[in-house]
Design a protein around this ligand. Structure first.
Ligand code: NI
Length: 380
């Protein structure tokens, strides 16, 4: 197939994916299509117990290292509000995070790598991950054994505020760990005019809200970024009764595992202190989300060197959003980059769009990075 024809084919694949988005863990048609597009090129599929997601391998030097290339494949429960001719046909579901862009780019890279199979200094494993947005797809892929034997893993995310042709590469943290919490204050309610007979959960909760503000300013290093937000307060219904219970909800964003642990510990300590100070009981519940995207120094250097003559490499800003590629990085060294997609809106917006021209850049990144990482690790 000529380069031009391949270009057209990948564009058609992108439009097909965009028109038929599927929610997390329900990517059945998408899975079937990806399997077909890989099999067409005689790319070997790997067995899996997962109902959705596709895993495949292009084996070069059998004694060489194994590098994973990851794209996520799921869409979001958002009603598309763009006017693109290939708009979603699945009402209320939309590729509003550009995972169709990632999937098309990885397929394209797979086609190129397949042509170079005999020259590869190792094996490339293709990971088309399901359920990134919900349902813990990253963890499911780890538990399914798809990372076994991997020496490195590489992933991308489109970035609407970077122009096409630009790639954001950065060692260390790139995207945040996103955790949520619920704090419940159990006091003793009573008449608002007889506070001495109550244990006031409203006063305890307000003290908690104030005190947790000091975690970022007093406990986290000024060189690290972190966010502690209280987003909901519920307690009491009327003006003359002190409620027996108050509930707070909120979120915490961190970039380093030690900061994440520190905040969790500080919440517990502050809760214990307030129990003693106000005579209430405080229950802290954490909804642990994905850890932060933390890029391996050495891999970052390799992919930067491999790509900087072909594309414009910039240092991206930290993103307070998360990506569960981070689960892979807790298993094997990994690097995750932002590929410019020049869109009018940020991720998860109903008018989100990517410039499909960026898919070629992303595919080139996967291709060059896989070859360079295999070569480098093969020397060891
Ligand atoms: Ni995404």
């Amino acid at each position: 197939m000529t380069e031009e024809k391949l270009d057209e084919k990948i564009l058609a694949i992108f439009k097909d994916l965009h028109q038929h988005p599927e929610l997390s863990a329900q990517e059945f048609a998408t899975t079937k299509k990806i399997r077909h597009w890989l099999s067409e090129r005689s790319i070997t599929l790997r067995e899996t117990d997962l109902p959705t997601g596709v895993f495949a391998e292009i084996a070069g030097d059998p004694n060489g290292p194994v590098v994973g290339l990851r794209a996520d494949i799921d869409a979001l429960p958002i009603k598309e509000q763009t006017e693109v001719p290939y708009k979603s046909q699945n009402d209320g579901v939309m590729h509003a995070c550009g995972h169709d862009f990632h999937t098309s780019a990885l397929l394209w890279a797979a086609y190129w790598l397949k042509e170079k199979q005999a020259e590869l200094s190792g094996t490339v494993r293709l990971i088309f991950q399901p359920a990134e947005e919900a349902e813990h797809g990253g963890l499911q892929v780890v538990r399914d054994g798809q990372l076994k034997g991997l020496d490195a893993v590489i992933g991308i995310h489109n970035k609407p505020d970077l122009p096409v042709g630009t790639i954001g590469i950065k060692a260390g943290p790139l995207m945040a760990a996103c955790d949520k919490y619920r704090i419940t204050f159990h006091g003793i309610g009573g008449h608002a005019a007889i506070p001495e007979r109550t244990k006031d959960s409203i006063v305890a909760a307000s003290s908690f809200i104030q005190t947790v503000q000091t975690i970022v300013s007093r406990n986290i290093s000024p060189k690290h970024e972190a966010v502690v937000s209280v987003t909901s307060i519920h307690g009491g219904d009327v003006w003359n009764v002190l409620p027996g219970e108050v509930e707070l909800l909120g979120t915490v964003r961190t970039f380093y595992d030690e900061d994440r642990d520190l905040i969790i510990n500080r919440f517990e300590d502050i809760a214990k202190g307030l129990e003693r100070a106000y005579g209430v009981q405080v229950r802290v519940e954490w909804g642990q989300g994905t850890p932060s995207v933390l890029n391996d120094e050495k891999l970052t250097r390799i992919v930067q060197t491999a790509n900087q003559t072909e594309v414009k490499v910039v240092t991206p800003e930290l993103s307070v959003a998360g990506d569960d590629f981070s689960c892979f990085q807790r298993e094997v060294p990994g690097v995750f980059v932002f590929v410019g997609s020049d869109g009018p809106q940020d991720w998860h917006h109903p008018s989100f769009q990517v410039d499909p021209a960026g898919i070629r850049v992303a595919a080139g990144f996967y291709y060059r990075s896989a070859i360079a990482v295999l070569k480098d690790l093969n020397k060891e």
